[in-house]
Ligand binder design. Structure first.
Ligand code: NIG
Ligand code: FE
Length: 433
């Protein structure tokens, strides 16, 4: 979905950029970034970017841009942004968020501080199930307002494309309401939102002990209704101990396929599940990936499926262990980073913070973290033909950071250095001199 009531300058020139991270490969190779190619940011020094009607039309040095005869002739028609020798990169693609909820889970937070873990809290009635009531009682307008606020906060931190999941309504009516709220918020936003149906987030209390009946409801009623209304692009499943089994996930993926929806899953957050049976459905992404067998890495590396790490969840759940990113990268798996914004395990809206955690706790280099948060995030949402890189023909989604070296983006943590975003050609705010 891509909308915006905002004023879109026809011609937009960003110039005087110290480092422009294009995320394009000189070889012209296409496909998700793996291994060494994750570190190639395609940097142009002293750069400029010209955009027309929401698309990027040319990329090069500021000197060449200003010498261009066509641009000189049309200069008066151009809205110019002097980037003041800052860093410009593709707007982040946050490929995993859960924004359709109403309340923070402060009791869970305190219980965890006192020693309980995520699964114990869920078994005692907290966790995902404790967010259901709020969503079922909320009006669509209230949920829309909440999702809009999240999109604005994400954009302020440099994110221009967001995947947004339902998953706290867990009945037909409230899942539809959540996805409709996501659609309404997307309409009001200048950015891009990719909606995902996550009915298989938890078994709701009224189906307690009857999970197969709930899975049948998802497959036979919810997925057809959502597909018919075009409310989601993806179907997601929380496939883990205490959530849904691989067999249940396969049944849900089969129903999604039948209705023309692509699939993705939460995998290996709490326990190991073998990936083989689900890779057959060509999921766009498998997310968390804390517990994955070595034996599954070659098949994952041969596939187009992205392994998306969400280190904000490890941080917020107080875990000392993080996914072993080096093992994935060295096996040739294409990896992405996302916030996993949600009220239980990751109330975090900052992609730079996710990148900082990936650098400090997962030993990803700053360059790898940037590729994982941009171009590979775009592959994880199957929008890499439009998003995640700065090249002619792509959407004009850019983030200007108030730094002079890209490595500062994950270096300065718990502070927001994003000075401006451009979403589908619409600039937000003004840069200070
Ligand atoms: O990705 N693991 C499942 N889903 C979310 C948590 C959702 C919640 O606790 O509300 C996650 O971490
Ligand atoms: Fe999640």
């Amino acid at each position: 979905m891509q909308y915006g009531n905002c004023v879109k300058p026809k011609l937009l020139l960003l110039r005087n950029i110290a480092q422009l991270l294009t995320l394009t490969l000189r070889s012209g190779a296409n496909g998700p970034r793996r291994g060494a190619s994750l570190s190639d940011l395609g940097i142009i020094q002293n750069a400029a970017v010209l955009c027309l009607a929401g698309k990027i039309v040319s990329v090069g040095t500021t000197k060449d841009a200003l010498r261009d005869p066509w641009l000189s002739k049309n200069r008066k028609k151009v809205t110019e942004i002097d980037c003041g020798r800052r860093v410009v990169l593709p707007g982040f693609v946050d490929s995993h968020t859960h924004p359709a909820f109403t309340h923070p889970r402060l009791v869970d937070f305190e219980k965890r501080i006192s020693g309980a873990n995520y699964e114990e809290i869920a078994e005692a009635g907290g966790g995902i199930r404790s967010s259901i009531d709020g969503v079922r009682k909320a009006s669509k307008a209230a949920l829309t307002k909440k999702v809009s606020a999240v999109l604005a906060d994400l954009a302020a931190n440099g994110t221009t494309t967001v995947e947004a999941k339902s998953g706290y309504g867990l009945n037909l009516e409230s899942e539809l309401k959540s996805l409709e709220a996501i659609r309404a918020a997307a309409h009001e936003s200048p950015g891009t939102v990719v909606p995902t149906f996550l009915g298989a987030h938890a078994v709701p209390p009224e189906y307690s002990g009857r999970s197969q009946e709930y899975v049948d409801l998802i497959c036979n009623e919810m997925i057809p209704a959502i597909a018919q209304r075009r409310l989601a692009r993806f179907v997601d499943v929380f496939c883990d101990r205490g959530a849904f089994s691989a067999a249940e996930a396969a049944q849900i993926f089969t129903a999604a396929e039948r209705h023309g929806l692509a699939v993705r899953a939460h995998m290996g957050q709490l326990s190991e599940t073998r990936l083989g049976p689900l890779l057959r459905y060509q999921p766009a992404s498998l997310d968390h990936m804390d517990h994955v067998s070595d034996a599954d890495l070659p098949a994952l590396a041969r596939s187009e499926t992205i392994a998306t790490f969400v280190p904000g969840a490890n941080y917020f759940l107080g875990l000392s262990k993080y996914p072993d990113a080096r093992r994935f990268i060295e096996s040739g798996v294409a990896v992405a980073l996302a916030t996993d914004y949600n009220p239980g395990s990751s109330p975090m809206l900052s992609m730079p913070m996710a990148m900082s955690l990936a650098c400090t706790h997962m030993k990803m280099s700053p360059a790898e973290a940037i590729a994982a948060a941009t171009i590979n995030g775009a592959w994880a949402l199957r929008v890499a033909d439009r998003k995640g890189s700065i090249e002619p023909g792509r959407d004009a989604d850019l983030a200007v950071f108030d730094v002079s070296d890209y490595r500062e983006i994950p270096y300065w943590f718990a502070t927001n250095r994003c000075a401006q975003t451009i979403m589908n050609g619409v600039p937000s705010g003004h840069l200070s001199k």
